[in-house]
Design a protein around this ligand. Structure first.
Ligand SMILES: Cc1ncc(COP(=O)(O)O)c(C=O)c1O
Length: 460
C-alpha cells in the first residue's frame, strides 16, 4: 500500500499481528472473526484491530476492559465520546419528532442551518446557505455540483495526497491512490491535481530550517504559484477544493491561502474548503481557515457536527450561490433529520458554553511545546507540526536524509496502544494525534508521557 493520509491500522504487518496475539482474549478474537467474516474487506478498515465495548469521554474500552485514551477518534469526538448533553438532546428529540419527510420543515434543522449560516458569516463576512447530508463525502459531492452549477464549468483543481471522501466525486478530487483509479475505474473528468503545501517535504525541493519553517524569501510560495499557474493555463476551473490544514498534519505556510484565494478570484474559480475534520474548533479556531484569514466561497463540515453520535455533514455556501434551484444537489433522505440536527445544536452549544475552541488552542500550545522538547531528545523525530489539537510527529531514520522511519512508527504505534494510548499514523511515518477538544492539560501530559516513553524505547 502506498503511504496515505487516511492510514490507520495497516493489515498484515508483523507489529499488528504481534499486538493482537498479546492483547486479544478469546471473546475479542471471536468477535473480530465474525466481523471479518461478514463485512466486505477494505483497506484500513475491515478486518479490524480490536473489539470495542464502550466509549466515553476520552476513553475507549475493549471487551476485556482494557482502556485506551482516544487520540484519534476519527475526528468526530470533539466533545469526547457520548457527551451527556448530546445524548439527552437526541433522546428528547426522538420523543418529540424523530424524522421529517423532505416536504416538511422541522424546527431543529432550520435552527441548525441558521446557526451555521451565522458561523459562515463570521468567517467570510457573507451569510451562508446550506444543505445537510448524512456523510462528509456526500457534502463534498454537493459542493462540487454547486460549484459546477454556479460557474457553468466542470473542472476542479485539488491536491495530491488529500482526502475528501469515498464517493466518486470526492474520490476524484481526493489525491490518495487508495480511493482512486486502478480497478475502481475512471473518475470524474477534469479533476486536475497539483502538489500540496508541505514544507518539511516541500514538493518543489525548498529546504526548511531546524524548526521546520520555510524560507519564504527563497521559496516565494512556489506551491501557491503552481495553483495560480494551473488556474491560468486551464482557464475554466470551477473550484479549488482543499483541506485548509492537511491531516498529515501540515499547516499552510504564511500567505499560502491568501495567494491561492487571490488566484481563484482572478480566474473566476470558487474556493471550497473541506473542514470536515478541522471545523468546529479542532485547530483552535472554529474554522481552520480563520488562522490564515481565508474567506472560502464554500465550506464543508462533517464528522463532529453530529456530536460524535450521529452522522451529519453540511455544505455551506455564500448565499448568492443559491443559483441551482432547478437541480437536486443533495436530496438526501435524512437531509433534515431532526434528531441529527438536535445532536448538532447540542454540540454547538457545548462547544460555545465550555469554551472548547479556546481550550483546543491552549492545550495545543502546551502539546506543541512538549513535542518540540521531545524532538530535541529523540533523534528519530524529524519534524513536529500542527495547530490546536491536530498534531503530528514525523519520524525519520536520519534528519539530513529525512528517510521515513515507517517501521519505527509502526512499533511506536503498537507500543503506545499497549500502554493505553490510541492514535493513528499518516503517510506511514507521521504519528498523528487528534484528541478531542475537551482534553485537559493533565490528559495531554499523560498521553505525551506514554509517547515519550515509547520513543525512548525505540531509541534503545
Ligand atoms: C478531509 C476529509 N474530507 C472528507 C471526509 C469524508 O467524510 P465521511 O467519512 O463522513 O464521508 C473525511 C473523513 O475522514 C475527511 O477527513
Amino acid at each position: 500500500m502506498k503511504p496515505s493520509q487516511s492510514e490507520g491500522d495497516v493489515n498484515g504487518t508483523p507489529e499488528r499481528a504481534a499486538w493482537q496475539a498479546a492483547h486479544l482474549d478469546d471473546a475479542g478474537r471471536a468477535l473480530l472473526a465474525r466481523d471479518a467474516a461478514v463485512f466486505l474487506h477494505q483497506s484500513v478498515s475491515t478486518p479490524c484491530l480490536a473489539p470495542i465495548a464502550r466509549a466515553e469521554g476520552l476513553w475507549i474500552e475493549d471487551l476485556a476492559g482494557r482502556r485506551y485514551l482516544d487520540f484519534h477518534g476519527n475526528n468526530v469526538h470533539h466533545l469526547g465520546h457520548g457527551h451527556p448533553e448530546v445524548l439527552a438532546a437526541v433522546k428528547r428529540q426522538l420523543d418529540e419528532l424523530s424524522f421529517a419527510p423532505r416536504r416538511f420543515a422541522p424546527l431543529r434543522a432550520v435552527e441548525l442551518a441558521e446557526a451555521l449560516s451565522e458561523r459562515f458569516r463570521a468567517l467570510t463576512g457573507q451569510p451562508g446557505r446550506l444543505l445537510f447530508t448524512t456523510g462528509g463525502s456526500d457534502a463534498v459531492e454537493v459542493a462540487i455540483k454547486l460549484a459546477r452549477a454556479a460557474t457553468g464549468r466542470f473542472k476542479t483543481l485539488s491536491f495530491w495526497d488529500s482526502f475528501h471522501g469515498a464517493g466518486f466525486g470526492a474520490s476524484s478530487v481526493g489525491g490518495e491512490s487508495l480511493f482512486r483509479g486502478g480497478r475502481l475505474g475512471p473518475l470524474l473528468p477534469g479533476s486536475e491535481h497539483v502538489a500540496p503545501f508541505g514544507c518539511y517535504r516541500c514538493p518543489y525541493g525548498h529546504p526548511v530550517d531546524a524548526d521546520g519553517q520555510p524560507d519564504l524569501e527563497r521559496c516565494r510560495l512556489a506551491c501557491a504559484s503552481m495553483v495560480r499557474y494551473v488556474l491560468e493555463r486551464e482557464g475554466d476551473v470551477a473550484a479549488v477544493v482543499a483541506e485548509p490544514a492537511r491531516a498529515v498534519p501540515y499547516v499552510p505556510p504564511p500567505g499560502y491561502w491568501q495567494a491561492v484565494q487571490d488566484a481563484c478570484r482572478a480566474h473566476g474559480t470558487l474556493l471550497v474548503f473541506d473542514e470536515i475534520p478541522t471545523g468546529l474548533g479542532k485547530t483552535g479556531r472554529f474554522f481552520a481557515a480563520e488562522h490564515d484569514g481565508a474567506k472560502p466561497d464554500i465550506v464543508v463540515l462533517g464528522k463532529a457536527l453530529g456530536g460524535g453520535v450521529l452522522p451529519l455533514a453540511a455544505c455551506i455556501a455564500r448565499a448568492d450561490l443559491n443559483v441551482a434551484g432547478e437541480y437536486a444537489l443533495g436530496h438526501y433522505t435524512h437531509e433534515k433529520n431532526p434528531v441529527s440536527a438536535a445532536a448538532a445544536l447540542a454540540t454547538l452549544a457545548v462547544i460555545e458554553r465550555e469554551g472548547l475552541v479556546e481550550n483546543a488552542a491552549r492545550v495545543g500550545v502546551l502539546a506543541l511545546e512538549r513535542l518540540h522538547e521531545m524532538k530535541r531528545r529523540h533523534a528519530l523525530v524529524g519534524d513536529v507540526r500542527g495547530r490546536g489539537l491536530l498534531l503530528g510527529l514525523e519520524l525519520v531514520e536520519d534528519r539530513d536524509g529525512k528517510r521515513p522511519a515507517r517501521a519505527a512508527a509502526e512499533r511506536v504505534l503498537y507500543r503506545a496502544l499497549s500502554r493505553g494510548l490510541s492514535f493513528k499514523t499518516t503517510m506511514g511515518n507521521v504519528l498523528t494525534l487528534t484528541p478531542p477538544l475537551v482534553t485537559t492539560p493533565g490528559q495531554m501530559h499523560a498521553a505525551l508521557d506514554i509517547l515519550d516513553a515509547c520513543l525512548a524505547e525505540e531509541s534503545c
